[in-house]
Ligand binder design. Structure first.
Ligand code: ASP
Ligand code: MG
Length: 430
């Protein structure tokens, strides 16, 4: 008997009808002889609606109370789902995050899972019940308060449950057919990826691919959990995200089949970043350290950093970096406050940038990937403003209004185009 963890996102449980449809799917999995544990998100846009409501009451809701409010969303869907399953003649029991043993740190709104003690879930499973767990929430032992894991946190709940219960696979059900080589709404010829390593998935998620949340992928990678990302609206095989060292579990029917991995797994685009340039920085030791210490104090997530060659006459240089637009003002204010101490001339802020990331484990052993990327952009007349590379990723910054073209031409240049246009069911990928 296998243990399968399934996660259903908000778009898969948006109303009573969908909840019944999902209940049927869960029962099918049970009937096939598996133990089933389900992590469920709040129905449809419930989380957004609760957030709006909180902000109507007060501009800055207290974090503890906000978590209390938001976790109600998942409580609703878990109870409805358990009811629906029970009405079909199968035993089902719902559990809140704390009942399920999701122990987190104390950080409201962005808590991290520190331990999972799923005793009650194992007990329910041994009694033959289907287990339904509220996604996105946990409990802190010191404060004894309810926490949430950050937006999209139900993915992480599912992966953490799969790791703690040693599940055979963790199925992430969404409203798209799997992970695509690029966003099918931008690249009509994007193709579904059959299998991808967790390392590549991590890079794609970090670079803006929205189908899986980065924390969940990180957790899966660290704990060796195999993911199967698929649609809850059909029975097609989706995308298997696996750890090459552990291989692909036999249940997924791919064992022993040696397939050569493609050089490029996918291309992600991100329009949520901005660029700050610190102009006229004295080119002497310690200045970069000073600048980024100021930036670090704001907790901003800096991504790319580029320092120009300094002009010989002036001995001054420029340092540019990218960061989420939402953090731009805070960082500008912090740097301005220290302008005299650092001794730079001015700051420039540019929020009209787009970032393209090309990801593939095969890059390690293939030279010429960057040349091909730059060539494709050049032929399309797209200017590159910044470049950064890692072992399995090359990122470039371009003007925001050229990013979609950039993704399309690069997709074609690397031979990723499918023969037919991808079917998009109007889904959001959540
Ligand atoms: N309901 C939460 C959100 O919308 C968690 C999730 O959907 O995974 O962010
Ligand atoms: Mg949601």
């Amino acid at each position: 008997m296998s243990l399968i963890v399934q996660k259903y996102g908000g778009s898969s449980v948006s109303d009573a009808e969908s909840i019944k449809r999902v209940a049927k799917r869960i029962v099918e999995t049970r009937k096939a002889g598996n133990d089933v544990v389900v992590a469920v998100s709040a129905m449809g846009d419930t989380t957004d609606e609760l957030l709006d409501l909180a902000h109507e009451v007060t501009p800055i809701p207290a974090p503890r109370e906000l978590d209390m409010l938001l976790t109600a969303g998942e409580r609703i869907s878990m109870a409805l789902l358990a009811m629906a399953i029970k009405s079909m003649g199968y035993d089902a029991r719902s559990f809140t995050g704390s009942q399920a043993g999701m122990i987190t740190d104390a950080q409201h709104g962005a808590a991290r899972i520190v331990d999972v003690t799923p005793g009650r879930l194992s007990e329910a499973l041994s009694q033959g019940a289907i287990v339904i767990v509220a996604g996105f929430q946990g409990f802190n032992r010191d404060t004894k308060d309810i926490t949430t894991l950050g937006r999209g946190g139900s993915d992480t709940t599912a992966v953490a449950l799969a790791a703690a219960l040693d599940a055979d696979v963790c199925e992430i059900y969404t409203d798209v057919d799997g992970v695509f080589t690029s966003d099918p709404r931008v690249v009509p010829l994007a193709r579904k990826i059959d299998r991808i390593t967790s390392e590549e998935m991590l890079e794609l998620a970090a670079a803006g691919a929205k189908v899986l949340y980065i924390r969940a992928v990180e957790y899966a990678r660290r704990h060796g959990v195999t993911l199967h990302v698929r649609s809850s609206f059909n029975n097609n095989e989706g995308t298997i995200v696996y750890n090459p060292e552990a291989g692909i579990p036999a249940e997924l029917g791919r064992n022993g089949v040696e397939v050569e991995e493609p050089i490029i797994a996918g291309i992600a685009a991100d329009l949520s970043e901005a660029k700050i340039t610190v102009v006229g920085v004295p080119d002497i030791p310690g200045k970069a350290a000073q600048i980024f210490k100021i930036v670090a104090k704001t907790n901003s997530n800096v991504d790319m950093i580029v320092q120009n060659v300094s002009a010989a006459v002036s001995g001054l240089t420029d340092i540019s970096f990218t960061l989420p637009k939402s953090e731009g003002q805070i960082v500008l204010t912090a740097l301005t406050a220290e302008q005299d101490a650092v001794g730079f001339q001015s700051l420039q802020y540019d929020d009209q940038i787009g970032k393209l990331a090309l990801v593939g484990a095969g890059m390690r052993t293939n030279t010429g990937v960057s040349a091909k990327l730059f060539e494709a952009l050049y032929e399309a007349g797209i200017n590159i403003e910044m470049i950064s590379t890692s072992e399995i990723r090359i990122s470039v910054v371009t003007r925001a209004d050229t990013i979609n073209d950039a993704v399309r031409v690069v997709h074609t240049a690397f031979g990723l185009d499918a023969d037919e246009v991808a079917k998009v069911h109007g889904g959001t990928g959540r």
